[in-house]
Ligand binder design. Structure first.
Ligand code: ADP
Ligand code: MG
Length: 414
């Protein structure tokens, strides 16, 4: 039985919706609520399989309630209902964490189908998460010893093109400049790795595929395929062509990163977007995950979903850091809005400078090296300093986004 909670301020509508589901054998309307506040209360007690919620309600509306519920009960998916089917409504519902959107009036059939579909998807999602976590289970490393303060920094984004490679590469160089410690940069984009291009490295160099020799990864072999860059960092390149990718399994990749961690103070990994087994293995092995996001609606939605996954994977909150790239190039979305939407504070921002970013790629000299005084480089250097500073002063505490912005929702109500 699918346990459903119906939320609507109008009693007749609640009755009508319950009746629509009356004949469904797999669906049980286990509760109703008449306001956003009550919906939160009831769902915390009842932990429904599905919540069906109206948007327009007096007091706390459905969007605000959905935001809170999706945060607290990520396993209780929400279907949002409204008489308005406009894109703006849909967008707000999605950002609040809703999984589906029903435009009133709808038939009993549509209603039941939607509930079953969302429920099925939710079960599949949990299933997949478990298998992936199973695959990515920690590989105990026997000879980890004095490398406690070594850090694997995974630079990740749910969305491609958000600046991962740019940040990972420049961050690795900034860490080298700031600390003069041992820094490794890993291009984990096995199919389409760009790190070599940004660093102007010859594609004939050896890459991660050359470190794969059946069986267990070999330390000496791994050492021999690392490329020494003129700046002093060491680089593990992605295969020169996509076919090579298949040879590097998730378990192998993870093991390689753990090995590099043993003899480097910093291992910066340029992680592919999307949650594949490869990605999850790397994120698991990482000490810190830098999530790079643009001030853009779909990206923020996906960051939010990623944070839910991170919670389900039991990652410490301090393990996940948020960096807004091109932070000054937003189209009306402000940092405060994002912080309110994801209920976390932003850990760093990087200004937009398309001219310099492109120049750096074309010349094969990262901007942290060629233009260390530029605002773009300085933002990355600040991030590196924060990371390096924490190594000696302990982990930073995480300030809660301030209450006032937290109530506003991603879009200021106009
Ligand atoms: N802060 C920035 N300002 C201007 N352009 C940027 C900035 N960060 C990245 N870019 C550009 O955006 C594009 C995508 O960046 P990239 O690092 O390749 O993203 P990803 O690795 O996430 O796909 C590149 O053309 C890059 O030069
Ligand atoms: Mg990239």
């Amino acid at each position: 039985m699918i346990k459903v909670l119906i939320v609507d301020d109008i009693p007749e509508t609640r009755d009508h919706l319950s009746r629509l589901l009356g004949l469904e054998r797999e669906i049980d309307v286990a509760g109703t609520a008449s306001s956003g506040e009550e919906a939160i209360q009831v769902s915390m007690d009842m932990r429904p399989d599905i919540i069906v919620m109206d948007i327009n309600m007096p007091g706390m509306d459905g969007i605000d309630a959905a935001e809170i519920i999706s945060q607290r009960l990520p396993n209780s998916p929400i279907i949002m209902m409204s008489v308005h089917g406009e894109a703006e409504h849909l967008k707000r519902a999605m950002l609040a964490g809703a999984r589906e959107f029903l435009v009133k009036p709808f038939s009993g059939d549509e209603f039941a189908t939607s509930i079953k579909r969302v429920h099925e998807r939710e079960l599949a999602r949990r299933d997949q998460l478990h298998t992936q976590v199973g695959i990515a289970a920690p590989v105990p490393s026997a000879d980890a010893g004095s490398d406690d303060d070594h850090q694997v920094i995974a630079v990740f984004s749910p969305k491609g093109g958000s600046g991962r490679t740019t940040l990972a590469t420049n961050l690795a160089l900034a860490l080298k400049q700031e600390t003069n410690q041992r820094v490794a940069l890993v291009d984990a984009n096995l199919q389409f790795g760009d790190v070599g291009v940004l660093l102007n490295l010859n594609p004939k160099n050896r890459s991660v595929v050359d470190a794969v020799d059946g069986g267990e990864p070999d330390r000496d072999l791994l050492e021999s395929v690392m490329v020494d860059h003129s700046t002093g960092i060491r680089v593990l390149l992605a295969p020169p062509s996509p076919e090579g990718a298949d040879l590097v399994t998730p378990a192998y990749m993870r093991k390689i990163i753990e090995m590099l961690r043993e003899n480097h103070d910093w291992v910066v990994v340029d992680v592919p977007s999307g949650l594949s087994d490869h990605t999850l293995g790397i994120l698991d092995a990482a000490d810190q995950i830098m999530v790079v996001a643009a001030l853009e609606i779909t990206t923020i939605k996906n960051v939010r979903l990623f944070l839910e996954v991170a919670d389900q994977l039991d990652y410490e909150r301090s393990k996940v850091r948020l960096v807004i790239n091109r932070s000054d190039a937003s189209q009306g979305i402000r940092i405060g809005d994002v912080e309110a939407s994801i209920r976390r504070s932003i850990d760093g921002t990087i200004v937009s400078d398309g001219r310099l970013a492109v120049l750096a790629v074309n010349r094969g000299v990262p901007f942290v090296v060629s233009h260390p005084e530029s605002p773009l480089a300085r933002d990355v250097i600040t991030l590196a300093r924060t990371l390096a500073g924490e190594g000696t002063t302990g982990k930073a505490t995480e300030p809660a986004p301030n209450e006032k912005t937290a109530k506003r929702g991603l879009f200021a109500r106009r």
